[in-house]
Write a protein that binds this ligand. Structure first.
Ligand code: ZN
Ligand code: ZN
Length: 458
């Protein structure tokens, strides 16, 4: 068995992994770096340039897992592409949006290689995606009832509880099993249900480490954190503040909308206007349309109808009047320059009346990370084209991560007790903490932090 981490650094970037089991060669995920641009934003496909790839398996439709799929398909034209049907629907919306973003960036940052792919290429590529149900073994040739050939490779998707359509992937060949967690959450969120992962024998576990550098506070519970958010919103409304909540368009937007719905229904807060962006509204529509056919909570809740958010676009976010008592749930979560959350934040950041609430992961070097860490009275340049601004608004933080706590990742690894554990998808400090604890608690497992681009013989 062979493995190459195609992610450029130990980080949450352009996540992609090469796996060879017997005569079979597959690629797991094909992400684009959420912050870097141009060549820096791509996986290390060069490390597998001369190899024939049979299949590309996509765990979920976040940019850092699916963003370069069109490029991978161009490079490996013979590869079959598999994902859940929900991920296919979400992924197509995300990649079309990515073409628009890159086309704009070509002008804004002068990245002449952009757009890296076109709308037409996404249309053609998505016709070749094969959608797979959860918990069904499928052969790498795409057969639902694979023949019992012991050398054949099969895969099976398991619900990862992270965002709509997200999965972990089990691969089996030659009596060996590899399980890739993708991005996972072992706890219920407000909409998503906890992951339903396999607990049988796994030889090699490829595990995400996003929250490896954050201990779960003893008194934290999702319910009490929701109460704390409702309370903070009530206080903000009392001083006639508007509240910006920067979020990922897929996942966190819908979780926050569901919380706001609950707050209104429980009469914790009065009616108040809510704003989201156009891309977020497309993903929210998919959550609503699939409410009855996906594993989730509040299955009858149709967010677009019940919460009825107003939609902002690139133009209206610049001049819509900023009024107290309104909540702006805008992407991007990392506040990448020129996105809705970045443009809107620049408008309110110097005004002590208003608030910005952070609700999930932000890379510490991203604008959201810099703003969060600088805090009130600090200074931040959200857009390098513009002068830095003094932070006068109120900044608060809440913990609604869509990722597993490090404690639950360790518990899962202990339950499975695999022969080898490969640690991926984490900042160096996060991966290092996981390596330390797993080496201690699972002395019979080999714990490996795969060096980028290097072939490991497992
Ligand atoms: Zn994700
Ligand atoms: Zn991810």
């Amino acid at each position: 068995m062979k493995f190459i981490d195609l992610t450029k650094r130990t980080e949450i970037g352009a996540n992609s992994y090469y796996l060879e089991m017997g005569r079979h060669r597959v690629v797991l995920d094909s992400g684009m770096h959420p912050k870097d641009t141009g060549e820096d934003a791509l996986p290390l496909f060069k490390a597998i340039a001369d190899r024939e790839i049979e299949a590309i398996l996509i765990s979920h439709a976040h940019q850092d897992h699916i963003g370069t799929l069109a490029l991978a398909m161009r490079r490996f034209p013979g590869a079959r592409v598999f994902m859940t049907d929900t991920t296919a629907e979400v992924g197509s919306v995300l990649l079309h949006n990515s073409v628009n973003v890159m086309t704009r960036q070509r002008e804004e940052i002068g990245e002449m290689s952009y757009p890296l792919f076109t709308h037409r290429e996404i249309d053609r590529a998505s016709e070749r995606w094969r959608s797979c149900p959860l918990r069904q073994q499928i052969s790498i040739a795409g057969e639902r009832a694979p023949r019992r050939d012991k050398d054949a490779l099969t895969f099976e998707f398991f619900d990862a509880g992270h965002v709509l359509g997200s999965t972990g992937v089990m691969l089996r060949a030659q009596g060996q099993t590899v399980f890739y967690t993708g991005d996972v959450n072992f706890d219920d969120q407000t909409i998503m249900q906890a992951a339903g992962f396999p607990e049988d024998k796994i030889d090699v576990l490829i595990m995400e480490c996003t929250r490896g550098d954050h201990a779960k506070p003893d008194d934290w519970s999702r319910a009490s954190e929701e109460q704390r958010l409702a309370e903070a919103l009530r206080r903000a409304f009392e001083r006639d503040a508007c509240v910006l909540i920067p979020v990922f368009a897929l996942g966190k937007t819908q979780e926050i909308l569901a919380m706001l719905y609950k707050f209104r229904r429980q009469r914790l807060l009065p009616e108040f206007p809510i704003y989201i962006g156009g891309l977020s509204s497309k993903f929210t529509d998919i959550y609503d349309r699939r409410a009855h056919t996906t594993r989730r909570q509040l299955a009858r809740l149709k967010l677009m109808r019940e919460v009825a958010p107003f939609i902002l676009n690139d133009e209206t976010v610049r001049d819509a009047p900023v009024r107290g008592g309104r909540v702006y749930v805008l992407s991007s979560g990392m506040m990448i320059p020129k996105t809705l959350s970045s443009v809107f934040a620049r408008r309110i950041i110097e005004n002590p009346q208003h608030s910005i609430f952070f609700v999930g992961y932000a890379n510490p070097e991203s604008p959201a990370g810099l703003l969060r860490d600088a805090g009130t009275d600090g200074e931040v340049a959200l857009d390098l084209d513009k002068p830095p601004q003094r932070i006068r608004c109120n900044i608060e933080q809440f913990q609604f991560s869509a990722h597993a706590t490090r404690e639950s990742l360790v518990a899962y690894a202990r339950k499975i007790s695999p022969k080898k554990i490969l640690l991926v998808h984490g900042d160096p400090s996060a991966v290092e903490w996981m390596r330390g604890i797993l080496s201690k608690e699972l002395p019979s497992s080999e714990v490996i932090v795969p060096p980028p681009g290097v072939e490991l013989d497992l």
